[in-house]
Design a protein around this ligand. Structure first.
Ligand SMILES: Nc1nc2c(ncn2[C@@H]2O[C@H](COP(=O)(O)OP(=O)(O)OP(=O)(O)O)[C@@H](O)[C@H]2O)c(=O)[nH]1
Ligand SMILES: [Mg+2]
Length: 598
């Protein structure tokens, strides 16, 4: 137990890649908490995908034990957050557990779209913001320009802005001292009945469901505990903190952040934002929670080998145990058999889910194009939410369609502004207003979400030489004239290749996809027409010409064992493919198409 006066709770927030995780690693090092025997570059990004991609996808708490200049030992509970827009909800949860934040800004980049959104989230919650300019060691650092931007945004004087290099460790101590001086200690409410906010959860193979909590009032001890909203109760097997290793302690008290091993089998019985209390002496008032993450993109997954269906469900189940933002439900297609429809927070999240299933469950999967949910009013007056192209109803039964819209914020140097606005208009967006930020401009626009989950991000980066950044939030729905474009191979429909498009762009997108398919599909022994259709009318067509060489010839030479081997190899290859109109497609074709936007 530590006295609340000597506790500080804060999160590190920033635009993607501005150095949150590196700074967290350095702070750990400063407090002597890095185990040099097991040290790898990134102590905090612990899961393999985070390590490989160098991005944070889940919030991570850690407790620092810091001997300050005033000779007192402080307990600093820090939460490292992800910067990518798909994982913005993790930032909101982290902020709910803090009294302050370190707002990190890359000295070579300045304030970016995500910097603004996370800053306003922190201000809305009344948190103390400590601005930190990072990467001052870089030759391309423009510390003075960034200082002005930060002073303008945060309404602070120059000497309140810290200047550090998380890479070299320069000025790291100033960060810890500023946290102690400027962030308020949590309120000391140790005598009240226990109320702990569930910030996050994960599943450990040996320990079961583990809850990450911020103790708001009272003490959390080994006694029967209960969640107020869900009613779930349990006896904790262990209480502890992250240093960053799990470290068992006897109790957590008001103001502290730590973990509780719940022994529950299903992590989904832990509802993020729920209030934990003591079963025999419950608190009555729940803590203000926060919104559950809402999936924004949906796609379908089918095992290429139907026998793998149960392995697919198992794999997804395991993933969902660790990642509460994944939604999935069973679906069936006449052409593809049994599959699942998966909802994710964005394209990066979707890519990570598919990657994990392939890696961890070793599955060959057919992935349909990610789609945003459309709400369709049918001619009989009923409403239907269509999450993937495969569910799109017959055009004659549709009265109207609406699609999700987003409020997008783009920050760009003035000289790229007109190019960016052209791009926004091309993607069916509209300009709403703008502000100035130093010598750059902040554009507020409204756009269809479906236009954002394509290559928009890459295109924006390329027209602005990497200087424009984008951030968005779902803002409502708007009516759209949408149609289903179907793809036919050799006269037979290939449902996973179909897509929903606004009618005006359907023909050009259909042509683009048909041309991509012509390049991607290997030539066959016969010529294969590739067509795109809307409601049965052909809008684009290409032909994959036939292979001239007789590829089966080699099957007939040589001895029996060699022929058998070749046949077996061929059968194995076939298993990993799915036939449409006598054309076999393997998972690589789908995966490559996903990366080629329309
Ligand atoms: N030169 C220099 N590079 C830095 C500094 N801090 C971080 N970096 C580099 O910047 C890149 C991104 O750093 P991360 O710490 O992963 O950034 P992040 O903000 O945690 O990124 P996300 O969690 O994905 O949002 C890495 O390649 C770091 O090595 C610094 O002070 N100087
Ligand atoms: Mg990170």
């Amino acid at each position: 137990m530590s006295s609340a006066r000597l506790v500080r709770n804060f999160s590190i927030i920033a635009h993607i890649d501005h150095g949150k995780t590196t700074l967290t690693d350095r702070l750990l090092e400063q407090c002597g908490q890095v185990d040099h025997q097991h040290v790898h570059d990134r102590v905090m990004d612990s899961n393999p995908i985070e390590q490989e991609r160098g991005i944070t996808i889940k919030l991570a708490p850690v407790r620092l034990n810091y001997l300050a200049k005033d000779s007192q030992r402080y307990t600093l509970n820090l939460i490292d957050t992800p910067g990518h827009v798909d994982f913005g909800y993790e930032v909101s949860r982290s902020l709910a557990a803090c009294e302050g934040v370190l707002l990190v800004v890359d000295a070579s980049q300045g304030i970016q779209a995500q910097t603004l959104s996370t800053f306003y989230k922190a201000v809305d919650l009344g948190l103390k913001v400590i601005p930190v300019i990072n990467k001052i060691d870089l030759p391309s650092a423009e510390v003075d320009r960034v200082l002005l931007e930060v002073m303008e945004l945060c309404k602070v004087s120059e000497d309140e802005i810290l200047r550090v290099s998380a890479k070299s460790g320069l000025n790291i101590e100033t960060v810890l001292e500023a946290v102690i001086e400027r962030i308020d200690p949590p309120e000391d409410t140790i005598d009240k009945p226990l109320r702990a906010l569930l910030i996050s959860s994960y599943f450990d193979q040996h320990q079961g469901a583990i809850a990450l909590v911020r103790i708001v009032d009272g003490r959390l001890r080994p006694e029967k505990l209960q969640f107020i909203q869900s009613g779930t109760s349990f006896f904790p097997a262990e209480i502890g903190i992250y240093t960053p290793k799990q470290e068992k302690i006897s109790e957590l008290t008001s103001g502290e952040v730590g973990y509780v091993v719940t022994t529950l089998k299903d992590v989904r019985s832990l509802k993020i934002g729920d209030t934990l209390t003591v079963a025999s002496r419950p608190a009555t008032e729940t803590l203000p929670g926060y919104k559950e993450p809402q999936p924004l993109v949906f796609f379908e997954l089918y095992p290429i080998d139907a026998a793998d269906y149960s392995a697919l469900l198992d794999g997804l189940e395991k993933l969902a145990l660790r990642d509460a933002a994944i939604q999935y439900s069973n679906t069936h297609s006449s052409a593809l058999g049994s599959g699942t429809r998966v909802g994710c927070l964005g394209l990066l999240h979707a890519e990570i889910v598919v990657e994990r299933l392939k890696l961890e469950a070793g599955l060959d999967l057919l992935v349909t194009r990610p789609t945003v949910p459309h709400t369709i009013t049918l001619t009989d007056g009923s409403e239907k939410v269509v999450r993937t192209a495969q569910e799109f109803p017959d055009p004659s039964s549709i009265a109207s369609v609406t699609e999700p819209m987003v409020a997008a914020t783009l920050i760009t140097p003035v000289k790229y502004m007109s190019k960016i606005l052209d791009l926004v208009r091309e993607r069916r967006g509209r300009y709403d207003s703008s502000d100035h930020l130093g010598d750059r401009v902040v554009l507020h626009c409204t756009m269809p979400l479906s236009e954002l989950i394509t290559d928009l991000h890459d295109v924006i980066k390329s027209v602005s030489s990497g200087y424009c950044s984008l951030e968005y939030e779902v803002s409502g729905h708007q009516e759209v004239d949408a149609v289903l474009v179907s793809i036919l191979l050799n006269g037979e429909e290939v449902p996973p290749l179909g897509f929903i498009s606004v009618r005006d762009y359907a023909a050009s997108r259909g042509r683009k996809l048909v041309a991509q398919l012509k390049d991607l599909i290997p030539r066959q022994l016969f010529s294969v027409p590739v067509q795109a259709t809307i409601g049965g009318n052909v809008i684009a067509r290409e032909t994959i010409s036939a292979l001239r060489k007789d590829v089966t010839a080699k099957l007939y030479g040589g001895d029996v064992t060699r022929r058998k081997k070749l046949l077996a190899k061929q059968a194995k290859g076939k298993k990993r493919m799915k036939a449409f109109g006598s054309v076999h497609l393997d998972q690589d074709v789908y995966l490559q198409l996903l990366r080629k936007p329309l």
